[in-house]
Design a protein around this ligand. Structure first.
Ligand code: ATP
Ligand code: MG
Length: 557
């Protein structure tokens, strides 16, 4: 692409020179008293060069459009793939709003950036020098004037460029903040309304957008100022050239033809740099967006070379050795060790905030442990971000996400080829039949955001149905699957869930004690540490952390 652009710039320069040459030849001949009819060929030549120049620009813009579009689509694809690979952590640190605007609007700005910067840069780097050579050949004195001002303009542009950059950075930060703030308030709109805070929050959005407005205005001020100053400078330089040429014409030191051609070429000499400077601030947004996208793309990833290991079986074993994990600088898990052999049910119990979800997220491969070792069938893994593992996993998060799809599609999520009977069986098991009867189009009713919203308990049951539908998944991760249910419903559901948990590897995080009776091994978590571990009988006999915890939980209940 750069080669093509450079070639087109050279072509443009040649056409510009040809244009000036034809025009001043025609005018000089007229001045010398020749007939107008004799100048038709010069005038025609002028128009041919003129057309040629603009056709080149048209062709270049078309090619660049496609190129910029391709590049930005690829970038968007890479960005989205990266986000999906790295997982939810990155969205959490960047903010949902910011991530969404980055992937949509940011990439568009990058497209514009590629388009503008490439064409203007090559023009600026090539055209002035060819024109300068022509001017030197015509009249070296004017060439000297033009060459002297050029570095001055460049220095001046660099200074203003820095100023604009600082302003644009500021503007981009404000923009990111605004995106996050806006999505945040949309999501929290019910909370805001309930607490009567929507007015106050509205004011805070107002001040965020004010900040953005001010940042934008000050970027524009610098941009307009620099455009004005540059135009002033270049016009002044052209004027100097014109005055000098005029004086020499009067004194008879120069002929009309070279003087006129030089004068026509002088503004063209400055045009590319003015073009570049005029759009420079417009490209800064794109540049910032590109940097932000790059930052995400360069985010380190755990090596995910596929380790094709066998599926979990009755004689498989898994060893966690001193795993720890931190959110930024908060150590949420430290030195968690566990050894599992075959299809066991591992209970993870602890007070709220003790690190249960963090451990489940680690096991699901959403996050990567900061230190520690994992051995799956004696094979050392750095994390659970492994295809073979995630393929056999069914994960029921604490707050399951319901996609804006039909109930059927939401349930058949892990297992899209499920038959009607299988889906209805799963619905029956988790007790969603009442809901299905109530929905206008049965299991084909659209649910999720923008459609019929479900209660927290219903959402959890859908997540459970998802997990139970695909019996091929041998590893189940539960994160408080019954937290949104009342105790009667929970007991009823438990009866149905238990048989489905047989012959599987189950990790079950909860703070409901009664589940522990069904578990083969229990980890008691407190402040990110395993404070006690063993079978229920061992823990009861030990009279330690588990008993204290159950006391506290019972008092709480
Ligand atoms: N994204 C995050 N960034 C920083 N700290 C976090 C993040 N997520 C969780 N934490 C902190 O890590 C600790 C453990 O959180 P975790 O969600 O694992 O607890 P939990 O045992 O699942 O609690 P609960 O029973 O309330 O679901 C908490 O102190 C929490 O504040
Ligand atoms: Mg939790």
């Amino acid at each position: 692409m750069m080669g093509l652009l450079a070639g087109l710039s050279v072509l443009q320069a040649i056409f510009i020179i040809g244009q000036a040459y034809a025009l001043s030849n025609g005018i000089t001949n007229l001045w010398n008293g020749e007939k107008l009819s004799g100048q038709v060929s010069w005038i025609l030549l002028f128009f041919i060069f003129f057309m040629g120049r603009h056709l080149v620009i048209l062709f270049r813009d078309q090619r660049l459009d496609n190129y910029a579009y391709d590049q930005s689509s690829q970038l968007r694809k890479k960005l989205l793939e990266k986000i999906f690979r790295v997982g939810p952590g990155i969205v959490q640190t960047q903010g949902t709003g910011n991530t969404a605007t980055m992937a949509l609007e940011g990439i568009e700005q990058v497209e514009e950036y590629i388009h503008l910067i490439l064409s203007k840069m090559t023009n600026m780097m090539i055209i002035p020098w060819i024109l300068l050579a022509a001017i030197f050949w015509l009249d070296w004195e004017s060439g000297v004037v033009l060459i002297v001002v050029f570095p001055l303009i460049i220095i001046f542009m660099i200074i203003l460029g820095y100023a604009a950059q600082a302003k644009a950075d500021n503007q981009y930060k404000a923009f990111q903040l605004l995106s996050n703030h806006f999505i945040d308030s949309l999501r929290g709109i019910d909370t805001l309304k309930l607490f009567g805070l929507s007015k106050q929050y509205g004011n805070s959005i107002f001040s965020t957008s004010e900040r953005f407005r001010k940042a934008t205005m000050s970027t524009l001020r610098v941009a307009i100022l620099s455009t004005f100053a540059l135009d002033f400078f270049t016009t002044l330089s052209v004027a100097i050239v014109a005055v000098l040429l005029g004086l020499r014409l009067i004194e008879g030191n120069i002929l009309l033809f070279p003087a006129l051609t030089t004068l026509i070429l002088a503004p063209e000499y400055f045009l590319p740099i003015r073009d570049f400077a005029g759009d420079y601030h417009a490209t800064l947004d794109g540049k910032n967006a590109m940097t932000a996208v790059r930052e995400i793309l360069e985010e380190p990833e755990a090596a995910t070379e596929a380790t094709p290991l066998p599926e979990w079986q009755a004689d498989s074993d898994l060893v966690l050795n001193n795993l720890s994990f931190s959110y930024q600088d908060f150590q949420a898990l430290s030195a968690v060790s566990l050894s599992v052999k075959g299809n066991q049910k591992i209970g993870i119990i602890g007070m709220s905030g003790s690190g249960k979800s963090t451990l489940i997220n680690l096991l699901s491969g959403f996050t990567t442990p900061a230190s520690g070792e994992i051995f799956y069938d004696k094979q050392n893994l750095t994390s659970f971000k492994e295809q073979f593992w995630q393929k056999q996993l069914a994960y029921i998060p604490q707050n399951p996400y319901i996609f804006q799809l039909s109930l059927r599609e939401n349930i058949a999520f892990y297992f899209p080829t499920a038959t009607e009977e299988q889906i209805f069986e799963a619905i029956r098991i988790v007790g969603l039949d009442e809901l299905v009867n109530e929905l206008p189009e049965g299991i084909d009713t659209q649910i999720g955001e923008g459609a019929r919203t479900l209660s927290g308990g219903q959402a959890q049951r859908i997540a459970l149905a998802r997990a139970f539908l695909d019996q091929e998944r041998h590893v189940l991760l539960f994160d408080e699957p019954t937290a949104h249910l009342d105790i009667e419903t929970e007991v009823e559901l438990k009866e149905k869930m238990l048989p489905l948990m047989e012959n599987k590897l189950v990790f079950f995080a909860t703070h409901r004690l009664h589940w522990m009776q069904e578990m083969d091994y229990i980890l008691v978590l407190d402040e990110g540490k395993v404070v006690e571990a063993g079978t229920l009988n061992e823990l009861l006999a030990h009279e330690g952390a588990y008993l204290r915890l159950s006391q506290r939980l019972k008092e709480g209940a």
